[in-house]
Design a protein around this ligand. Structure first.
Ligand SMILES: NC(=O)c1ccc[n+]([C@@H]2O[C@H](COP(=O)([O-])OP(=O)(O)OC[C@H]3O[C@@H](n4cnc5c(N)ncnc54)[C@H](OP(=O)(O)O)[C@@H]3O)[C@@H](O)[C@H]2O)c1
Length: 285
């Protein structure tokens, strides 16, 4: 089949495992082209993935760590050089860390990876998204955000206390959903729609990957959580389902849900834009 017959193009970050991998499989099976921005390789025993790669329907860009701006910039430059357009951007890469840690740029790592980096990717790829037909951005958020009790920029950047899942992870996902809401009207000027989506509860535990989840959640995950095809379905619906014409919203269980700390949304957007302009754009790596 000729590449031109696959008319829709999605870009997915963190497509090598879990929800992102299942979303890649789903979109490829529905004749999409997929641009993957990954740290790890795709499973070598997945023949469909390997065939899609050989045929050019799946194009893979590598980074050593999305939260390292030098590596992120190299990968984004390559994408801008080689790709023509993006119909839907899925900012999906992420996860929970087991302890308090900091990015190379000195910010708490959940905040860097889950809140700031998706913004940088969006800003850098906006021209390609504008050329796309669906002009849609889906940020993978989490229902954990509702457990946030205190919220401000200082807590995001340098938290004093750490709790697995309900600490910096939840706060960073809330910040992601807040800037998604705050930027919607600005993106509407370019006809771009943006939503944040909770993918539900998925068992994405992996051998060899240190989980940042509390032991109880890990046990629940093994026993009761769905396969990551569930989360992939939620992101897909979030992009193409009944809310496809809405922008700025947070989708939880497929419905528009309210966010806490909405008064902070603009602050978060201003802060991450400042980081983008001063630390990503102006620095030589
Ligand atoms: N699982 C759930 O129930 C659940 C619920 C709510 C929200 N989420 C969110 O859904 C998204 C996907 O999670 P998942 O459960 O599918 O996790 P996963 O199975 O661990 O997959 C995460 C993907 O992101 C990549 N990634 C993580 N950190 C990275 C980094 N610093 N640089 C580059 N790539 C990185 C991983 O690459 P490697 O393979 O190299 O690690 C992997 O491809 C995350 O944003 C997560 O917070 C998940």
């Amino acid at each position: 089949m000729n590449k031109n017959q696959r008319e829709n193009i999605a870009m997915i970050t963190g497509a090598s495992a879990g929800i992102g991998l299942e979303l890649t499989r789903k979109l490829l099976s529905e004749d999409w082209q997929v641009i993957a921005l990954n740290r790890s390789d795709f499973p070598t025993d997945d023949m469909r993935i390997q065939e899609a790669f050989k045929s050019g329907w799946l194009r893979i860009y590598k980074t050593t760590d999305l939260a390292d701006y030098a590596s992120l910039r190299r990968a984004l430059e390559e994408i801008k050089d080689k790709e023509q357009r993006i119909d839907i951007l899925f900012n999906n890469a992420g996860g929970t860390f087991p302890e308090l840690s900091y990015s190379k740029q000195g910010r708490e790592k959940h905040y860097e990876l889950l809140t700031v980096v998706p913004y940088i990717i969006l800003m850098e790829l906006k021209k390609l998204i504008k050329k796309g037909r669906l002009k849609t951005v889906i940020n993978t958020s989490s229902s954990a955000l509702k457990f946030t009790k205190e919220f401000n920029i200082e807590i995001l950047e340098r938290p004093k206390i750490f709790r697995k899942l309900l600490g910096p992870y939840a706060t960073s996902k809330l910040a992601l959903s807040l800037w998604t809401q705050a930027i919607a009207s600005q993106l509407a000027e370019d006809d771009i729609k943006i939503r944040s989506v909770d993918p539900g509860s998925n068992n994405t535990l992996r051998k060899g990957k240190k989980s940042g989840l509390p032991i109880l959640v890990q046990t629940l995950m093994k026993l009761f959580f769905s396969a990551p095809t569930h989360g992939a379905g939620k992101l897909y619906e979030g992009a193409l389902g009944e809310h496809r014409n809405e922008t700025g919203v947070f989708l939880l269980k497929g419905q528009v849900a309210d966010l806490k700390f909405k008064d902070q949304a603009r602050n978060v957007l201003e802060r991450i834009n400042m980081i983008y302009e001063h630390e990503f754009l102006q620095r030589n790596f």
